[in-house]
Structure formats: C-alpha cells, structure tokens
Design a protein around this ligand. Structure first.
Ligand code: SF4
Length: 506
C-alpha cells in the first residue's frame, strides 16, 4: 500500500499511536455500543474536501477514533489521515488546502478489526498498475482473515491490520481489464457487511453488500453526486437526498455520468436493525424510515408490553430519549429529564486520575434531583450490553431520592456477538446471554426489568412480527440468525479476536 502525496501517515506507526489506543480503552463511555464507521464521497465539486469534512463531521457519531480524506487532482492523489475527531484535523483551513481536487472520499473510524493505529486509518490507498485507488469501508468482512492469509501466502505484503486492505489486494491481483470489472471481482470474493466508497483518478464508486447490512445513501449537491452512510451527512451540507443505494448495488460516477452494476443474484435484503435502535443519528432517514420516529415507536411498544404504575418516565440520555418520549406519549406518564448528560466528557478528558475515573458514570450522567426525588420512575435506555452503566445509573437514581426504579430497554436482550462491524463483546461479556431476567434485575438493582420483545420490535417497525423464514432485518445479536457465512469463525485456526468492543466504566 503506497502513501499518496501529502499523506501524514508515518510508517511504522509511532508509539504515541499505541498510547492513544490505550487511552481510548480507558475512556469513560461506559458500556454503550460503539458504532462502526462512517463513509462519505463526492464527485465533481470544486470544494470536494471541505464538503467531505462537513459530511464526516455529521457522521462523527459513527466513529470517533480517527478520520481521513483522500482527494484527486491534476495527476496526484492527496491524503490526510489522522487519529482523533474530524474537527481536530479537518476544521483547519491549511489541512483542507492540502486536499485539492473536485472528487473526494472520506471516512470516520471506530476500529472493530485492526487496532487504533495510524496506518489503519481510512481511506486506505494503494498505487495499482491500473492507477491509484482509495477505499473507505463501513462494516466488517466475515472472511477477511481467511482472504488475508491466502493473499499473504501468495506474496502480498500487508501494510495495515485492517480487513479493508484485502479489498485493495484483490483489486490489484485481478486479471480483468476494466477497473470496474476488477473491483466487482474483488467484491465477489468478500463476504460480510460493507458500505464502500472508493476513488480512482477518474471515478467515484459506491458499493453496498448484497444484504444491505450497512447503510449507504445517494445525495446530490449542485448537480454533484454524493455518497454517505446516513442522510444527516447530506442535511449538514444542504444536499438533496436522492435514494438509498440498493443492497448489492455498485454505482460508478465519472465525467460521463453514472453507471449501475448489480453483480450479485438478488436476495431478500437484511439491513441491520440496530441502525434504528442506536447507531444512526435520530434525524437520519434509514431505509425510508425516520430513525427518530422508529425509536419513539419502540418506546410506545415497550409501554404496551411492560407498563407499570409510575409517576415519571426518565430517559438515559441521549440514546434513550426518543424511546422515552414514545413511552410517555403512549402511557400518558409525564416525561422528565431526570438525568442530565455532560456532553463535554470524552476525548478531551483523556487521562483522568484513578480516583476521578472511579467516579465513572457520574462524569457523564448526573441526576436531576428536582425531577425524581420521591417519585416512582421508569428508566428507559436503548439497549443493554454488559449492564455496568445501567447498574450505576439505577443506584444514582435511588441516591437522588427515587422511590422505585423500573428499568426498561427499547430493544430485546442481546444474546449473540456481532461479526459485521459493531463493537459488541463476545457472548461471555453480554449480560443477557449469561443471566436470567431476574438475575439481571438483581445485578442492576432495579425494582423491575423488561426488554422490548423481538416481535414487538418488528411491530414497531410496521411489520406484523418477525417472520423466521424471511426476517426483514439483520437481527442476529438478538436471534443468532446470522445471514452470511462466518468463514473466519469456522476456517481460520485461531478465529479473529473480537476486540473488546465496549469500554467499561470501572
Ligand atoms: S449483530 Fe446486531 S448490530 Fe450486528 S449487524 Fe447484526 S443486527 Fe446489526
């Protein structure tokens, strides 16, 4: 993998890269899920890099560890890839000035395979015999490690530990003539979940996996096509939403217009239902549905399924807020902000002392005593993973004077690990996979505990329930019904370690 002009990537990665990885492991995110990645691409716009930076800023919630942009201009590729938030690098005029050209791809990263080191920061770039090629990937390949071993056996020299790099090598090794045919041949070899944005010296290419597990939308600004993980990235730049890229679709933009390829046999789509539960921003439209409205519907369904007599409904902010609104509206129980979130805790607070770290969740969430003292409350969060943060928040509510605390989750129990680019722990780290409902209630310390049912989740999405013979969504962390081969899990001698996808508050 070659470094394009202007790239600030040192090779090998410096010690400070690893230090940051270590620090991030200790951050105070609690046991919330971590999103995968966000991708963005634009073709034919004179301010391609600046627009891409804004798009990535809107996708920041999908990955906060690193960000990168690659542009092409006048015979050269230009790249800036840095650890840190999008704004840390791309709010600076001198950085944007180093990214000339009217076509760009960008990526904001949270690593699920490969560590947090600069050489893994995307978009990855390689100089192929067919010309330069940059790629940004949201998702995870379920045969990435198997392909990597094969490629290395045949002489490939890998520059990163990212599963995305195998795509570059597969394109490079293809014997096909046209670039797009090489690209499609590479896609046919990979399995798993992917939304890809790619750049050559002439083309912007978007691709979505055959089941559409990860999202990708098409937009338009000043007549220029845009690809983005979510519609919120279009809204921030005033771009028009055109449509979702279809599962299995490959779309190519160049000076002659657009070209669409459908290289896979059609199959029923299985978009990830967790985009609605947690990953996507509530103002995004995913698969034609408002994420905000779906989350409210999850809350209303929860009220239908497991209501108890209480005084107030309190969300765990921010991700529990829409479901709590839906719960409150359906049940008629007043909604109160009983927990105030401090939005300024995170990367800026990178090395707290041990004693400060032990305060843990209080740094991020504070009780609003005025709203909860003496009250019986329903506490609503989007999902339960390890339960550590939930336990602390329940205790915090009681300390602040809540008389009863009933905990409700606006998604079903998470019972199975993810292999598609989401930061979920192995089964042993999932509270619901290893405990009964009553044991969980006891651990969390709530007066009662209930989850949204799987059928209820589908009903809130406007479906009659889950059809086991043809589920409309990828829902395997709840059901175990994995929709693709898990080649690496079955064929590789040592299955790839699922990184500790959740940072626990201590
Ligand atoms: S395991 Fe869960 S989060 Fe991962 S792709 Fe499947 S439904 Fe989405």
């Amino acid at each position: 993998m070659k470094t394009p002009s202007g790239d600030r990537s040192p090779t090998p990665p410096s010690k400070s890269d690893y230090d940051l990885d270590h620090d991030l492991d200790k951050d105070l995110n609690g046991d919330t899920l971590r999103e995968e990645c966000g991708v963005f691409g634009i073709f034919g716009h004179p301010e391609a890099a600046a627009i891409t930076a804004l798009g990535l800023h809107a996708l920041q919630h999908r990955g906060q560890e690193a960000a990168g942009i690659v542009t092409y201009d006048n015979g050269r590729f230009h790249s800036e890839r840095r650890l840190g938030l999008v704004g840390d690098t791309f709010s600076r005029a001198e950085v944007i000035a180093r990214l000339p050209g009217n076509m760009a791809v960008g990526h904001t990263r949270y690593s699920t395979t490969g560590g947090t080191i600069l050489r893994n920061v995307q978009p990855l770039f390689a100089e192929l015999n067919a010309g330069g090629f940059a790629v940004g990937h949201n998702g995870n390949l379920t045969n990435g490690l198997t392909l990597r071993h094969e490629l290395v056996r045949h002489g490939a020299i890998m520059q990163s530990t990212s599963d995305t790099e195998v795509i570059l090598h597969l394109v490079a090794q293809s014997k096909r003539g046209r670039f797009i045919d090489r690209y499609i041949e590479a896609l046919r070899a990979i399995e798993g979940a992917y939304a890809l944005v790619s750049l050559t010296n002439k083309k912007l290419i978007g691709a979505r996996d055959p089941l559409g597990i990860r999202p990708l939308v098409l937009g338009e600004l000043d007549g220029c096509p845009i690809l983005a993980s979510e519609t919120c990235a279009l809204d921030i730049i005033g771009a028009k939403y055109v449509r979702d890229i279809e599962p299995g679709e490959v779309i190519v933009f160049d000076e002659h217009g657009q070209e669409i390829h459908k290289p896979f046999p059609p199959m029923p789509p299985r978009p990830c239902i967790f985009e609605y539960i947690y990953f996507s921003r509530p103002d995004s439209i995913v698969g034609g549905r408002s994420v905000y409205e779906v989350r409210k519907a999850f809350g209303a369904q929860l009220a239908r399924e497991s209501h108890v007599d209480v005084d107030v409904v309190v969300p765990v902010p921010d991700s529990g807020v829409p479901a709590a609104i839906g719960y409150s509206q359906h049940s008629g129980v007043p909604f109160e902000l009983g927990i105030i979130r401090n939005h300024y805790v995170g990367r800026t607070f990178i090395q707290p002392t041990q004693s400060v770290r032990e305060l843990g969740v209080r740094m991020k969430h504070a009780p609003n005593r005025a709203a909860i003292e003496g009250k019986r409350i329903i506490l609503i969060d989007d999902s339960l993973v390890r339960g550590t943060t939930s336990k602390k928040i329940v205790r915090m509510m009681r300390d602040a004077g809540a008389r009863e605390v009933h905990f409700r989750l606006a998604s079903p129990p998470i019972l199975h690990p993810d292999y598609y680019g989401i930061d979920l722990p192995d089964r042993g780290g999932l509270l619901a996979a290893t405990h009964t409902l009553e044991q969980m209630r006891d651990i969390i310390g709530a007066d009662s505990l209930a989850f949204l049912s799987v059928d209820g989740m589908y009903r809130a999405m406007g479906e009659p329930g889950r059809d086991a013979s043809n589920p409309k969504f990828s829902d395997h962390c709840f059901t175990g019904a994995y929709p693709t081969h898990l080649t690496d899990q079955t064929q590789v001698e040592q299955p790839p370690h699922q990184l500790s996808l959740l940072a626990e508050a201590s």
